[in-house]
Design a protein around this ligand. Structure first.
Ligand code: PEP
Length: 250
């Protein structure tokens, strides 16, 4: 089957509201005729501004994280209800910066995944190994564990609202990219994990993005691989000049 390509921009902790608005406005124009699925994930502070600009276009509004609880005494956190109130459609969960800098474990990520799905948000669940884990031959095992634990308790009926993003931690923001062959091998392995968990049809439909220093120069080669169905883009998503060629590839 042919899966749609899904290209997402993760703006991380960059951009004021006016800067975010400017980029969002440019993207709505330049991606208007794009044939893939698109998402931008600005900081929480710019969600409302960017949401108003992308509303009704072919660009989805994403958040970069959310709390594991619905509401309550959680200083500094942002809840699923607040995201929905702003028109957020998708939430990125388990990003490596959340896992490694902010010590989010699989259990917490799983709680967030289930909460987001329960409230009707789509999820991009990020997985990926550290360099030390790759060097120890553990890349598949780490990705399998993060996938299994991240999706624990998620019924097959919700799976169509989940996208996986394979982001080897050593390739994020470092300029190093996995070779298309290495990335595809992990994607194929993870698709096999989904097949074992949910069956062949669900595995076949699962969109698995690659992330880690994706740029215009390597995007097409990566996405030409059978199991690579899109990209989660950090650095290169911060400017239209670098994001649009990735988004319009093919
Ligand atoms: C990311 O943050 O998800 C990412 C892949 O970043 P970069 O493209 O900058 O490596």
């Amino acid at each position: 089957m042919t899966r749609p390509y899904y290209i997402a921009g993760n703006w991380k902790m960059h951009k004021t509201r006016s800067e975010a608005a400017e980029l969002a406005r440019t993207l709505t124009v330049k991606l208007k005729d794009g044939k893939h699925k698109y998402l931008v994930a600005p900081s929480f502070t710019s969600l409302e501004t960017v949401g108003a600009i992308v509303k009704g276009t072919n660009i989805l509004l994403g958040a970069q994280n959310m709390a594991a609880e619905e509401q309550g005494a959680h200083t500094g956190e942002v809840s699923v209800l607040q995201l929905k109130d702003l028109g957020v459609q998708v939430v990125i969960l388990g990003h490596s910066e959340r896992r490694h800098t902010y010590k989010e474990d699989d259990e917490l990520v799983n709680k967030k995944v289930k909460l987001a799905l329960r409230h009707g948000l789509d999820v991009i669940l990020c997985i990926g190994e550290l360099l030390s884990e790759r060097e120890a031959g553990l890349a598949e095992k780490v990705c399998e564990t993060q996938t299994r634990k991240g999706l624990e308790g998620v019924p097959v009926s919700d799976l169509a609202r989940v996208t996986l993003a394979y982001e080897p931690v050593w390739a994020i923001g470092t300029g190093k990219t996995a070779t298309p062959e290495d990335a595809d091998a992990i994607h194929a392995y993870v698709r096999g994990v989904i097949e074992r968990l949910y069956g062949a049809s669900a595995a076949e439909k699962m969109i698995i993005q690659y992330g880690g220093s994706v740029k215009a120069e390597n995007a097409a080669q990566l996405m030409a691989k059978e199991n690579i169905d899109g990209a989660l883009v950090g650095g290169a998503s911060l400017k239209a000049d670098t994001f649009v060629p990735i988004a319009m590839f093919g």
